[in-house]
Design a protein around this ligand. Structure first.
Ligand SMILES: N[C@@H](CCC(=O)N[C@@H](CS)C(=O)NCC(=O)O)C(=O)O
Length: 199
């Protein structure tokens, strides 16, 4: 088994680094930066899309951070539920995170945290804050009465959703206490902390 992960932790690659740390498998990490990946000819030969992350697993090349995590969970048998319907819920939550939350999250983070202060637009931050209310309410509802999205066990569903919105620890989550507690428990995991220490 040989695993190589391309992508710096200062990017969506952090989600996969987190998963790799949860799996506790040896892997080679090539911390390519997002500013460079689209221009690097060697990397474009591996992933013509020119985005990070990319995983190479025994010669098999796979892109898309959440697809990589689903593949890793299933192949290496960790954070992957046994029941077929629970596996389907892992796909559901992963696709939901990207389709229903990630764009608004990025807009909010851009105009609150990431862009230089002079480039931030308060109107865009406010619009993103508004757009996040519905998916946040969905998570609050889903987590009522159970610690993790699938019930009793932390799974790739939690990792993929939390990995898409990790910066929301700095969002006003007062109205979503159950979701806020879940996000803190996800991001307090040793594997997440270890991943954030990587380049
Ligand atoms: N949906 C993809 C998005 C990948 C993506 O856009 N990654 C960014 C870094 S976070 C990137 O590579 N940007 C460089 C570019 O678009 O040229 C995933 O989740 O892996």
């Amino acid at each position: 088994m040989a695993l190589t992960l391309y992508g710096s932790s200062y990017s969506r690659s952090l989600r996969v680094l987190w998963m790799l740390k949860e799996l506790d498998l040896p892997f080679e990490h090539i911390p390519l930066e997002w500013q460079e990946c689209g221009k690097n000819a060697d990397y474009l030969a591996i992933n013509p899309t020119g985005t990070i992350p990319t995983l190479v697993d025994d010669g098999f090349v796979l892109a898309e951070s959440l697809a990589i995590n689903l593949h890793l969970a299933r192949r290496y048998g960790r954070l992957w539920p046994a029941a077929e319907q629970d596996q389907a819920l892992c796909w559901q939550w992963s696709l939901w995170a990207v389709a229903s939350m990630e764009a608004s999250y990025i807009q909010w983070a851009d105009h609150t945290l990431w862009l230089a202060p002079e480039a931030r637009d308060p109107a865009q931050a406010a619009a993103a804050t508004e757009a996040l209310q519905r998916p946040l309410a969905r998570l609050e509802q889903a987590l009522k009465g159970q610690p993790w999205l699938l019930g009793h066990d932390f799974s790739v569903a939690d990792l993929n959703v939390a990995g898409c919105i990790n910066g929301l620890r700095r969002f006003d989550l007062t109205a979503y206490p159950t979701m806020a507690d879940w996000l803190n428990r996800c991001l307090d995991r040793p594997a997440y902390r270890a991943a954030t220490q990587l380049p």
